[in-house]
Write a protein that binds this ligand. Structure first.
Ligand SMILES: [Zn+2]
Length: 417
């Protein structure tokens, strides 16, 4: 895969399902030109997508390609054993630029094949890996131009107060052009001091913030309320995203409702990471094993912009992790009591329009004028797509097909008695 130059030729998607109705989508100059029934396709290449669901391209907002595909380099989690952070910190010391590049490239290729057209990825920056991950991921930004928009978060997985170099390296990464700053308060003893440093640095550089926040089941460790307060006080409404928020789940309902209200008032974007929570949390619970997934339905009902994302891919955090957001939608349906038909119908918002809003993507969606980043699924509606894990027949980036997949099944027909 290499950078694709030029504008894609005009294309007509014939007879797909858009907004619940059979419609054509005309694409010109990389953008959606018209959506409607019986459009004139003269002079356009035509794809027959009759009765296939067309969605805007999937958007990953929280994923770690730099530490993907290392599950075979260490042992897995067990009750009372080392944390995944500890296991991966040791491995990071030996990461080279080429090693990160190869593994991350595989993540990006899989993500595109499964419908992702925009990705915001964390890149770890610390005393162990320094800026080697940044170098590898920046190379991939260039190599995937025209195929996948890749944004990078300068991310402090190891905290900032445990060594003498991380803060400077984070600043260096921002100066070199990384567009988001990522903190991880629970990795430092003084969570508030950590949060303060990230707000101050984000304001200095004029970049949005992303925190891994509130991953534990201890209500005393809650930081979301403080982050919301700081977001408002510092005028960063709509520019802060929080991943995990597992602690919300263990708060008393009235307390939780107050915190969710503050999240909404601060315009904070929430990103749930169900596949990782299900693997990592509650390893020592003797009964009623806590599953750790945040309250996705309550957040949505309260008007919070909530998304889901892949997080980890084949490492000790999520050995079965896979950058297929349609799979995450199914995991979410199962993990968060969101499997009724009306809920399956809106779950795709969590991997399309909501994460696009979190990233502030302009011209996203299926309306005329939007960039033609699209996925065509082998299903008639969202419930079927999620339940059957429908194939992504076509993935389009700016109107150009960047992945096409067909599945063939042979199944002898069964007669009627
Ligand atoms: Zn993460």
């Amino acid at each position: 895969m290499s950078a694709i130059a030029g504008v894609a030729p005009p294309l007509l998607l014939r007879g797909g399902i858009v907004d619940g109705r059979r419609q054509d989508v005309a694409i010109r100059d990389g953008r959606v030109q018209r959506v409607g029934a019986g459009l004139d396709g003269a002079g356009m290449e035509t794809l027959d997508v009759a009765d296939r669901l067309i969605l805007p391209g999937f958007v990953e907002t929280h994923i770690h390609p730099d530490k993907a595909f290392i599950a075979d380099r260490t042992h897995g989690l067990r009750a009372g054993g080392p944390t995944p952070q500890t296991l991966v910190a040791e491995l990071k010391k030996s990461f080279t630029v080429d090693d990160v590049y190869r593994r991350a490239r595989r993540v990006l290729e899989l993500a595109v094949r499964h419908g992702c057209t925009t990705m915001r990825a964390h890149v770890e920056i610390d005393a162990f890996v320094e800026l080697r991950g940044v170098e590898a991921l920046r190379r991939l930004q260039t190599d995937f131009a025209g195929v996948l928009d890749l944004e990078l978060i300068a991310f402090a997985q190891e905290g900032i107060f445990r060594d003498a170099v991380t803060k400077d390296l984070l600043r260096e990464a921002l100066k070199s052009g990384l567009k988001t700053l990522g903190g991880c308060p629970y990795m430092d003893d003084d969570q508030r001091a950590h949060i303060d440093w990230f707000f101050e640095t984000a304001q200095t550089f004029g970049v949005p913030l992303d925190f891994h926040a509130d991953s534990s089941d201890d209500p005393a460790q809650l930081t979301t309320d403080y982050i919301a307060e700081q977001t408002i006080a510092r005028g960063m409404h709509g520019r802060v995203s929080l991943g995990h928020l597992c602690t919300l789940d263990v708060l008393e309902p009235a307390h939780r409702a107050r915190v969710i209200g503050r999240i909404r008032d601060a315009g904070i974007h929430v990103v749930s990471l169900p596949a990782t929570e299900l693997h990592v949390k509650a390893r020592t619970d003797a009964r009623r094993v806590w599953r750790g997934v945040t309250r996705i339905g309550e957040l949505r009902d309260a008007g919070v912009n909530v998304s889901i994302s892949t997080n980890n891919v084949v490492n000790p955090f999520t050995p079965y992790g896979h950058p297929d957001l349609l799979r995450q939608a199914l995991v979410t349906a199962m993990a968060a009591h969101l499997g009724n038909l009306d809920q399956l119908a809106w779950l795709p918002e969590l991997i399309t329009t909501n994460p696009a809003r979190a990233l502030g993507l302009a011209h996203y969606g299926l309306a005329p004028g939007c960039r033609a980043d699209l996925v065509v699924l082998d299903a008639r509606d969202a419930a079927q797509a999620i339940t059957e894990q429908a194939e992504k027949l076509y993935v389009l980036k700016a109107g150009r097909i960047v992945a096409r997949t067909t599945r063939t099944t042979e199944q002898p027909s069964v007669g009627r008695g």
